[in-house]
Design a protein around this ligand. Sequence first.
Ligand SMILES: *[C@@H]1O[C@H](CO)[C@@H](O)[C@H](O)[C@H]1NC(C)=O
Ligand SMILES: *[C@@H]1O[C@H](CO)[C@@H](O)[C@H](O)[C@H]1NC(C)=O
Ligand SMILES: *[C@@H]1O[C@H](CO)[C@@H](O)[C@H](O)[C@H]1NC(C)=O
Ligand SMILES: *[C@@H]1O[C@H](CO)[C@@H](O)[C@H](O)[C@H]1NC(C)=O
Ligand SMILES: *[C@@H]1O[C@H](CO)[C@@H](O)[C@H](O)[C@H]1NC(C)=O
Length: 229
Amino acid sequence: MVKKGQESMSPSSNLLLLTIFILAFLSIAFGEQSCSEDFIRLIHKRNITNCKTLRTQGAEFAWNYHYNGTNSTILDILFGARINSNEGWIAWGVNPGERAEMIGTKAIIGIKHSDGSMIVNTYDITIETKHGCKLLPSSIGLEVTKKSMENDAVSELYTISARVVLPKEYNITRLNHVWQLGHAIGDGNQPLKHPTTLHNVDSTETINLSSSIGTSTGQYRSYLRSRNP
Ligand SMILES: *[C@@H]1O[C@H](CO)[C@@H](O)[C@H](O)[C@H]1NC(C)=O
Ligand SMILES: *[C@@H]1O[C@H](CO)[C@@H](O)[C@H](O)[C@H]1NC(C)=O
Ligand SMILES: *[C@@H]1O[C@H](CO)[C@@H](O)[C@H](O)[C@H]1NC(C)=O
Ligand SMILES: *[C@@H]1O[C@H](CO)[C@@H](O)[C@H](O)[C@H]1NC(C)=O
Ligand SMILES: *[C@@H]1O[C@H](CO)[C@@H](O)[C@H](O)[C@H]1NC(C)=O
């Protein structure tokens, strides 16, 4: 009797599991968000065509890329988010490592000072950064040109844009990218960690830039959380 009962349970629990897997797959495959009208207006001004809303921090990301005959990819990006404070920073970067994670990220960070001035620099995010070393502007081993930061008066979106030359160890069909924002600046254009964003290192994903909606192919949530209790 008991055995029979278990047998009749198992097909329906399998069906439930299957349904969950299908729903999870669908949300991964089709859950990519399109961008806000404000951000779309900004990307059109720059002739950028691909865009997606990122999962966290109200951030949006747009890109175009082309090859120029070498093994490098020329990537033009626009990253936007809101800075709801007197001073603050927005950051976007790529990680050449195996995973989409903060440490190892080659970042482009735009800083808004309290006097309204803005500056964009490149930063290498290392294990030392995580352990509290100053994060100061430095070269990142990538050619980054056309860096700029803007504040759109209509939408109050802050954006950073740049052209990055990615050598072949970066595969644009599974590019590890990372983004973050914060509300405090230290001496020498240091983006300071905000207490709430310190643990919020989930702002990463592996993205397929050859898909126009930037399909996410991974997030490594548990990996990041296990290192950041
Ligand atoms: C966008 O493309 C148009 C037409 O090709 C060109 O005139 C314009 O200068 C481009 N704008 C930028 C920001 O590249
Ligand atoms: C490709 O782009 C890189 C970086 O901008 C540049 O150094 C190189 O000369 C370009 N190659 C060609 C063939 O245009
Ligand atoms: C591109 O990479 C291939 C394979 O590594 C290499 O044989 C080729 O010389 C490279 N081409 C250029 C222009 O660097
Ligand atoms: C990039 O990744 C895709 C999918 O894993 C792979 O098929 C492709 O060969 C890779 N391209 C390069 C240049 O490594
Ligand atoms: C990336 O997207 C393109 C276009 O949608 C697709 O053909 C390709 O298989 C995707 N690659 C990976 C690694 O997901």
